[in-house]
Design a protein around this ligand. Structure first.
Ligand SMILES: C[S@@+](CC[C@H](N)C(=O)[O-])C[C@H]1O[C@@H](n2cnc3c(N)ncnc32)[C@H](O)[C@@H]1O
Length: 223
């Protein structure tokens, strides 16, 4: 097992999950509606943890598909939200299922791509920025493979001096966002702001937070 995978499994096992929020993320509530996704669309939430943002998306009528490495996180999600669920096994991957929502357990990089249907939108909060640089372009390629043409990715990034903090969360600059997404999509920055961020227990620093709407280009038609 890679060090990266073990790192996240250990965090969940030890309950060290400062990224988890007990309330729906205000940026989701404030910025998602302006993207005007059609009711009953399908939304993929990669690296979903036990985020209750998924329940907010379900409340907006969407079908939600999560992908999460840690089964511990997935079980906690269903228990804490008091949701009845069933579990299916597809190849070596478990799928936890409840009304309008399912979560695949496993490493997104080894999950059989065909298990996830084409989706209308992707909600990326603390997913891209949880990955080291060498994995980010592999991750964005996966996302584009699952995203329908003209679908969008709602992405949140942090930009800061990486030498001051090790990450995750990693710094992803606007230039890197362009580099990662611009070949297949048009990234629009919806909002940017400065925010205090804890480096460790005693220190904070100011980081640039950005919210992006990344709209995938239409499929090219053969001439
Ligand atoms: C920073 S957390 C964010 C969780 C969630 N998006 C949220 O907003 O609370 C990153 C999550 O990605 C999961 N993760 C990390 N690497 C993964 C991988 N290769 N495949 C699937 N999940 C992964 C971790 O277990 C962790 O729950």
């Amino acid at each position: 097992m890679s060090k990266g995978i073990q790192f996240w499994l250990d965090l969940w096992q030890q309950g060290r999950i400062p990224f988890h929020r007990s309330e729906v993320h205000p940026d989701l509530i404030n910025f998602w509606p302006e993207l005007q996704l059609k009711p009953k669309s399908t939304v993929l939430v990669p690296l979903c943890g036990k985020s209750i943002d998924m329940l907010w998306l379900v409340q907006q009528t969407y079908q939600v598909i999560g992908i999460e490495l840690s089964e511990h996180a997935v079980v906690q999600f269903f228990q804490e939200q008091q949701l009845a669920f069933t579990v299916e096994l597809h190849q070596q991957f478990k799928k936890y299922i409840t009304d309008s929502l399912c979560i695949w357990v496993g490493d997104i990089f080894t999950l059989d791509k065909a298990l996830i249907p084409a989706v209308d939108a992707i909600y990326d909060r603390a997913a891209l920025i949880a990955l080291p640089q060498k994995l980010r372009s592999v991750y964005t390629t996966l996302c584009f493979n699952w995203l329908k043409p003209q679908g969008f990715i709602f992405l949140k990034t942090l930009n800061y001096n990486q030498s001051l903090m090790q990450g995750p969360p990693y710094s992803v600059s606007p230039e890197e966002v362009t580099q990662l997404y611009a070949l297949q999509a048009t990234p629009h920055c919806l909002h940017s702001r400065k925010q205090e961020h804890a480096i460790n227990e005693n220190n904070t620093m100011v980081v640039d937070e950005s919210i992006w709407n990344i709209i995938k280009h239409e499929a090219k038609t053969k001439s």
